[in-house]
Design a protein around this ligand. Structure first.
Ligand code: ATR
Length: 282
């Protein structure tokens, strides 16, 4: 089966609206070249109205698609319209990676796996922590919470400007996940080993609020899922206060690995050359 797939079905895509800003074609283009695979990976701008049709067309063998990525605003629709969403995407209600199996569209969400793989690479031993603080309660926050819970983090404190959204996440995940309003940020940080920013705080034209990271454990890691700029206002502050920081670029690179492997049958590696390719495009 592999042979026929590689011969006839070797086109992958990223679809979003808009999608011009996506760096995924650079990532997958790099790996396709590295492995010498005769495949393609293209950005396809599809409106929300046209997306259901696109999902149907995927199954048309003459289109030659092996699968692709889905980004904003299609992640929820991709999950809903997929024939076989996996458990990870079902818990999040959103998918970012699609592939075809027996003529059916399968879906998963690799954002959380990308997040933890980045920490595994750049903050070895991070998963010995028991408490984490996650700032923000949107889609990205959900993927991060799921992934760190699945790696055994026992208490996850979600802090959000709109407290109801944090509560919604705590209800959704139960047990390990607790909701807090912004005003409680300092106390939730006490003794925590990981701080994750999933918001655009300080990057939307307003000045970032000063955050005192000192209540956290001395060897705590502070990370951001935003990667433009590489050193976000929050990461800058944490570094100045002597904390280990991990930027979000690795999350983007690592979330791409499972998709490439599904579509093209080879497991790619995130290397420094790839990181530099994306940095020079920023
Ligand atoms: P995504 O899917 O990328 O996570 P989102 O669903 O729009 O995006 O969520 C963005 C998150 O950033 C939310 O938690 C949002 O807080 P609200 O729920 O209160 O809207 C948070 N956020 C964005 N700008 C913010 C700001 N200036 N201050 C604090 N939180 C902010």
């Amino acid at each position: 089966m592999r042979d026929s797939r590689e011969t006839f079905v070797n086109h992958a895509f990223v679809t979003g609206y808009p999608v011009k800003h996506s760096r995924s074609p650079l990532i997958h283009g790099y790996w396709l070249k590295q492995f010498g695979i005769e495949g393609s990976y293209r950005a396809l701008e599809i409106t929300p109205e046209a997306f259901p049709d696109f999902m149907r067309q995927l199954k048309d063998e003459t289109a030659g698609f092996c699968g692709g990525n889905v980004t904003i605003p299609h992640k929820e629709a991709a999950f809903r319209l997929a024939d076989r969403p996996d458990d990870l995407s079902a818990e999040l209600g959103a998918a970012n990676t699609l592939w075809l199996e027996d003529g059916e569209v399968c879906a998963t969400n690799t954002d959380g796996r990308g997040f933890v793989a980045n920490l595994d690479e750049r903050a070895k031993g991070w998963d010995r922590i028991s408490t984490a603080v996650v700032l923000g309660a949107g889609g990205a926050s959900r993927a991060v919470i799921q992934a760190i819970r699945d790696r055994g983090v026992k208490a996850i404190h979600v802090v959000n400007r709109t407290p109801e959204r944090a509560r919604e996440l705590a209800d959704r995940f139960g047990g390990a996940v607790h909701a807090h309003p912004m005003a409680a940020l300092a106390e939730t940080m006490s003794g925590a080993g990981l701080f994750v920013n999933t918001t655009s705080l300080g990057m939307d034209g307003e000045q970032a609020p000063a955050i005192d990271f000192s209540p956290m454990a001395g060897d705590a890691v502070v990370t951001d899922i935003v990667y433009v700029p590489l050193k976000t206002p929050l990461l800058r502050q944490a570094e100045e206060q002597g904390f280990r920081i991990v930027d979000g670029l690795g999350m983007l690179l690592h979330q791409a690995v499972p998709g490439f492997e599904k579509w093209f049958g080879r497991r790619p590696v995130v290397d420094e050359t790839l990181r530099q390719i994306i940095i020079s495009d920023m």
